[in-house]
Design a protein around this ligand. Structure first.
Ligand code: ASP
Ligand code: CP
Length: 316
């Protein structure tokens, strides 16, 4: 593995390998000194052309826990406002000596372009490209499900037979896409539930079941319900009547929450818009894994940085 661009590229062995290394990395977080010397002398660049709270900071924490040097770049406040493009921005930062570039960009395919263009000689990690993919999000989601199911010692275990229902703005969601591919590889059964306007055309090739009724999905006894934010920043038309109506039909409200099993996982990648796609009670309930997902994100990002950088040409 030279880059991490997509979960579609990951076979079962590689995916489980990442989850298992993340389990080892999680042990570091429980130590008094939360640091390993593994990536001393390596430089990681966070190249963020889109806003982020979790992904950017957790890559930063992950790189620092592995003793790498970390440079944070945000397009806002940079020379991008003067007209500098992706190639020149990436080459400028890479000229300072980058071993890995973590990129988030609004254009689908931006990470792939950076990895295959030859512009820079560094491992590329996709931290979200347009509506395409967000592979470390799906990995941390799978890790969170595995940990809730099997506990701290889950090494080698897949998600065979797990029923995962993903709800909301599938059309614009890179989280949904990365989860669909990875969960399928790990043996889970994925159901997508959304208004017809927020489902992509051409779902034929996707290994999923599709539904349009959240109440029916809630009553079908799912093991996991993953709620998605409406990606308003990617919407250039009206996809539903209004937010109140969306919430009534597609939100995980208190009534729907109460109908889920006590051990059904309620997941959300964040950021959440409380009262819209998820109620405050659902977000804060014992079923909710939202903050576990954030904590596990550090372990997953440590694992992928380690696997890509710890040995010449990558360790996986
Ligand atoms: N943070 C996730 C993403 O960047 C999900 C979201 O923003 O709704 O794709
Ligand atoms: N889940 C996620 O990617 O969050 P951020 O957009 O805050 O990084």
């Amino acid at each position: 593995m030279r880059h991490l661009l997509s979960t579609k590229d990951l076979d079962l062995e590689t995916a489980l390998g990442i989850l298992d290394v993340a389990e080892d990395m999680a042990d570091v977080a429980n130590r008094e000194v939360k640091k390993l010397p593994t990536l001393r002398g390596k430089t990681v660049i966070n190249l963020f052309f889109e806003d982020s709270t979790r992904t950017r900071t957790s890559f930063e924490v992950a790189a620092k826990r592995l003793s790498a040097d970390l440079i944070n770049f945000s397009a806002k406040g940079s020379s991008v406002s003067k007209g500098e493009g992706l190639k020149d921005t990436a080459q400028t930062l890479a000229a300072m000596g980058a071993d890995a570039v973590v990129i988030r960009h609004s254009a689908s395919g931006a990470a792939q372009v950076l990895a295959s263009s030859g512009w820079i000689d560094a491992a590329v990690l996709n931290a979200g490209d347009g509506t395409h993919e967000h592979p470390t999000q799906a990995l941390l989601d799978a890790y969170t499900m595995r940990k809730r199911l099997h506990g701290d010692r889950s090494r080698g275990k897949s998600l065979d037979g797990l029923g995962v229902t993903i709800v909301g703005d599938i059309l614009h969601s890179r989280v949904a896409r990365s989860n669909v591919w990875l969960l399928n590889t790990l043996g889970a059964h994925v159901t997508l539930v959304a208004p017809a306007t927020l489902l992509p055309a051409g779902l034929d090739g996707w290994p999923v079941t599709v539904g349009y009724d959240l109440d029916a999905a809630v009553d079908s006894n799912p093991d996991v319900v993953m709620m998605l934010r409406i990606q308003a920043e990617r919407m250039h038309a009206a996809f539903f009547p209004n937010t109140r109506e969306y919430s009534r039909q597609w939100g995980l409200d208190d009534d729907r929450l109460a109908r889920l099993r006590a051990d059904t996982m309620v997941m959300h990648p964040g950021p959440m818009v409380r009262g819209l796609e998820i109620s405050a009670a659902a977000a804060d309930s014992s079923r909710s894994t939202v903050l576990e997902q954030v904590a596990n994100g550090v372990s997953i990002r440590m694992a992928v940085l380690y696997l890509l950088l710890a040995s010449e040409g990558g360790a996986a």
